[in-house]
Write a protein that binds this ligand. Sequence first.
Ligand SMILES: O=C(O)[C@H]1O[C@H](OP(=O)(O)OP(=O)(O)OC[C@H]2O[C@@H](n3ccc(=O)[nH]c3=O)[C@H](O)[C@@H]2O)[C@H](O)[C@@H](O)[C@@H]1O
Length: 431
Amino acid sequence: MTAAPIRSVDKSGVEITSVGFNRFGFDSQVPIDVLRSLYLRPHYAARIGDSTSETLLKEDGQVEDHAVFNQGNTAYQSKSIFYPETNSISYTTLSRFTPVKLLPPSQRKRILVTGGAGFVGSHLVDRLMLLGHEVTVLDNFFTGSKTTVSHWIGHPNFEMVRHDVVEPFMIECDQIYHLACPASPPHYQFNAVKTIKTSFMGTLNMLGLAKRTKARFLISSTSEVYGDPEVHPQHEEYWGHVNPIGPRACYDEGKRVAETLTYGFQRQDGVDVRVARIFNTYGPRMNPYDGRVVSNFIVQALKGEDMTVYGDGKQTRSFQYIHDLIDGLIALMNSDETRPVNIGNGDEFTIGEFAELVREIVEKVQDEDGDKRIRRVNIIHKAIPTDDPQMRRPDTTRAKESLQWQPRWTVRMGLEEMVRYYKAKMAEGNL
Ligand SMILES: O=C(O)[C@H]1O[C@H](OP(=O)(O)OP(=O)(O)OC[C@H]2O[C@@H](n3ccc(=O)[nH]c3=O)[C@H](O)[C@@H]2O)[C@H](O)[C@@H](O)[C@@H]1O
């Protein structure tokens, strides 16, 4: 397997070498290569016997095969080996964790991340771990997966607990990032009552914990609180246009009531709260089958299947890369901004245009890697889901003013990296 080295440039054409920043007394800077090695390493794998696998001699004289992928000067080692003859997979443990910053106890925070094994949570966990903090992940693994954070298991700064936030949880901590809740429409509609219970009872429990421990509390809210908006772009003062009884209501209204609870605890009990309204986000570790548009389109194009645009494809979304979101969440948590803050990228596409862009990027990566395509994939249309918002774009003035945060990743750069991630998973036999 071959792949071009990854080089990303930001919106102003400057090469991205690190993410995060030193702001509000909290240093969140991490070299992009180190971060990338955490999500690309397990997947840039080769099968035993491939020219990219490496035979290592163990101390006891036995020979062990490791899949190794060289990207520039960096060797990414696989933690799984796929055996095609028996359709089985073996996992290895890492002998050494990626180095984390050594912080003095006065600066080291005890941070709870609910939903920490999910897509957004796992990227946040990587960042907080590399920065040298003590991280506890709570997850019920309904949509999260142990593999997203398994590279930290056994690390003295890391703890993973299987727990459902609808039940109370006790721990001593300084900060709580409350992310737990399914976010993809098919997942959150799968069990609507459970989704609303998670939003309400989960948030109630975590706010109770914040009240007792005096931890700062950040909730991941969503652009869906604006529903099918009549204001464009959406700013934080807009109250929204939500169908309270439609199939999306369990999520939209769940998050709205979660925000209400959050500000109730702030007013009544003085809990120190932060509210992030997250707009459509994509990136590596997104469940390839969770039904959201970015993962659907990339997987369909890579597999040579028809790409499914729902409705006429004129509805719009604005897509943000995961690293920008994590920058924004960390900045918000450590800032003094207690009002809701939109975190999203203003680059708006119709879904029809977006399908074409994804197809073009998948083809570019395939060409760079010398992959043969049997045919150009078609873009087909399917029925539009009920209450699908017609347009969505964040007004991020508040984030810019209060957090000095702005998205840096172009959609093209982010998509290219995500395509490489899924491609590597496919090569591994894992997709
Ligand atoms: O990705 C996200 O961050 C957001 O995803 C969903 O919101 P939605 O915007 O509906 O996300 P998608 O399911 O990815 O759909 C985006 C658009 O693409 C369309 N779509 C989706 C999938 C597909 O295969 N084809 C397709 O045309 C949908 O109809 C919709 O108009 C969730 O409801 C949000 O909470 C979440 O924050």
